[in-house]
Design a protein around this ligand. Structure first.
Ligand code: M6R
Length: 588
């Protein structure tokens, strides 16, 4: 949540910072701000709303060669100019992504020392501490070190000090931060897409490392202020990957990348129906815990069904925010799988750390290369979705489902199942090309929609409902069909469309009778299934290709994503940046 950028070099900083901020807007977009140096003075401009609002009030012609930028997702204090970043106290101007958990005690302590605060944010304690220590010691690295020792929580921070306007300083803990370089100078950013207009080479800053950037150089120090040599990473994609390329929204573009994403993920791990060396050879596990948040959790539920069914291993799946605070029973043969697109989700990272503290093997299924979860897990399997910009995850979900299905095959040792993945891309393409407007038409005017299904189809119902909720603001509810009669059916009437999903033959008659029950109560019903059943319990039907159970969820999710997209479009919603959300949830 929140995106930070910085630039120092030989070219004008402001256009570069605004450009980078636009590629970080997915991290938060309720307000933004920029700081730049002109005539030895630090200027700050902030505005509520998206980057385009800031752009209107910033003079891009200003000849400044150093600056910081920020796009905010409010945690402490409402979205307002006062609470937007950069924050300045004394000589220090700061942008921050993360949460300072102990900010109140620090703030109270500094207030007693006559330091004034002007915002409701946790962030402001960072420049305040820096300035406080700087009054006693003019060595900025020492001052940063002391400040880090006081902070609890997560932070990625960019700093300009008024007394040292030829350097940008940065440090991080918990929240991501990269440093990049091109021929003109150095960049600071929360994520790779922010720098792709300029370069594809970057370094990842590790926990509590401090970076000092000048127009010609970048030095990284450990917390003990020892110099560190950093590895340069190269981003594999091009800037094309993060452009709209003619699509109206990133969500639609990303859904339409799904057959490629499927093949890229499959081909990375499998060749000619055999696993490649890129797939891990697992030891024998008695128990698997799968943990994730939001859609990643639903991938986990799909994994729970597939791994237990095909590999015969006891699997449980939990949302990370619950798992991290529960009494969890591990044994030596437990594997904890953390699923996360961003690899930065705070609760998922905490769950991973909890497992590690208990000396349990951990496996990360992650999209973003070099993210915290990927770096801290014992094993990491990357999905090959590429950068995902829309806040609602689609292609990364499909790639994660592909990978968890491959994992089920690997753990089951039934390698013949790998054949079932062959040719699936054609089914993906087929489903991508159906017209979903007619289904969206029947849903978009209503305020409620139900999704019903059983077992693995119930996991898909959860994903379908979340996708509809977050993009169209319709109150969508996923119900395990068998639970309908235990209360929820009282909500059914002609204003509640019901989407029933059934891809499992042995569940067909059960789900059909549940659909009949809601139809009898006047619900408008849409049936998503792989059997061409002619009957009157549905008003509309989407037939998905009949494939093996091991790969069925990979294709079944596509109609759900596209229905959500077209409903949101008909309702005129801000599809790629839904209200109140941010893509990377790096706070608890
Ligand atoms: O980056 P992660 O996969 O860890 O994110 C988890 C959730 O925040 C994410 O899936 C969220 O639910 C999406 N908005 C769903 O579309």
């Amino acid at each position: 949540m929140c995106g930070i950028v910085g630039y120092i070099g030989r070219e004008k900083a402001i256009p570069k910072i605004l450009n980078s901020l636009k590629f970080l807007e997915y991290r938060g977009y309720d307000s933004s701000g920029i700081a730049y140096v002109k005539d030895n003075h630090i200027n700050i401009i902030k505005e509520i709303g998206k980057i385009k609002c800031l752009e209107k009030i910033v003079d891009t012609m200003v000849d400044s060669k150093i600056g910081l930028g920020h796009t905010r997702w409010a945690t402490h204090g409402i979205p307002s100019v006062k609470n937007s970043h950069p924050h300045q106290v004394g000589k220090f101007t700061v942008v921050h992504n993360g949460i300072i958990e102990n900010y109140l005690s620090i703030k109270n302590e500094l207030i007693k020392n006559n330091i004034e605060f002007n915002s409701d944010t946790d962030t402001e304690v960072i420049p305040a501490l820096l300035d406080y220590y700087y009054k006693k010691d003019k060595n900025i690295l020492n001052v940063i070190k002391k400040t880090i020792s006081r902070l609890k929580g997560s932070y990625a921070v960019g700093i300009i000090c008024e007394d040292d306007i030829n350097h940008l300083y940065a440090f991080r803990c918990g929240s991501p931060l990269i440093i990049a370089k091109d021929d003109s100078g150095y960049y600071l950013a929360s994520d790779v897409p922010a720098i792709l207009s300029f370069t594809n080479k970057y370094i990842l800053l590790d926990e509590k490392e401090i970076a000092v950037l000048s127009k010609n150089d970048c030095e990284v120090f450990s917390l003990n202020l020892d110099k560190i040599h950093k590895k340069i990473n190269i981003f594999e994609g091009t800037q094309e990957t993060i452009m709209l390329n003619g699509y109206e929204h990133y969500m639609l573009k990303e859904i339409h990348e799904e057959s490629k994403v499927f093949l890229d993920t499959l081909n990375y791990y499998v060749k000619e129906n055999k696993f490649k060396d890129t797939m891990i050879n697992f030891k024998k596990y008695n128990k698997i815990h799968i943990v994730g948040c939001g859609s990643a959790y639903y991938v986990g539920l799909i994994g729970e069904y597939l791994i237990s069914e095909f590999a015969n291993i006891e699997v449980t799946c939990e949302v990370a925010s619950e798992y991290r605070y529960k009494k969890v029973f591990y044994d030596k043969k437990t594997l904890v799988i953390i699923i996360s697109q961003s690899g930065e989700t705070a609760d998922s990272l905490a769950a991973l750390r909890m497992a590690k503290e208990n000396h349990i093997d951990t496996l990360a299924i992650v999209n973003v290369v070099g993210s915290s979860i990927s770096r801290e897990a014992d094993y990491t399997l990357y999905v090959k979705a590429g950068p995902e910009i829309a806040v609602a995850t689609t292609k990364a979900f499909l790639a994660q489902v592909t990978l968890i299905s491959l994992l089920a095959v690997k753990l089951s040792n039934k390698l013949e199942l790998l054949r079932e993945f062959n040719g699936l891309e054609k089914h993906i393409e087929y489903l991508l090309n159906l017209d979903y407007n007619e289904y969206a038409e029947t849903i978009y005017k209503h305020e409620n929609t139900f999704f019903i299904g059983r077992l693995i189809d119930y996991a898909l119902c959860l994903e379908g409902a979340l996708k509809l909720k977050e993009t169209s603001y319709i109150n969508a509810l996923a119900i395990a069909s068998g639970e309908l009669k235990h209360g929820t059916i009282s909500l059914i009437n002609e204003n509640v469309p019901v989407i029933g999903i059934c891809t499992k033959k042995d569940m067909m008659s059960k789900t059909i009778s549940n659909l009949k029950e809601v139809k009898a109560r006047c619900a408008y019903t849409i049936f998503i299934t792989n059997e061409d059943i002619q009957d009157d319990f549905y008003d509309k039907k989407i037939i998905i290709p009949k494939v093996h159970d091991i790969v069925s969820p990979i294709i079944t999710v596509i109609p759900l994503q596209l229905i959500a997209y077209y409903v949101a479009k008909k309702r005129g919603c801000d599809i790629d940046k839904p209200r109140n959300l941010a893509k990377s949830v790096t706070v608890e």
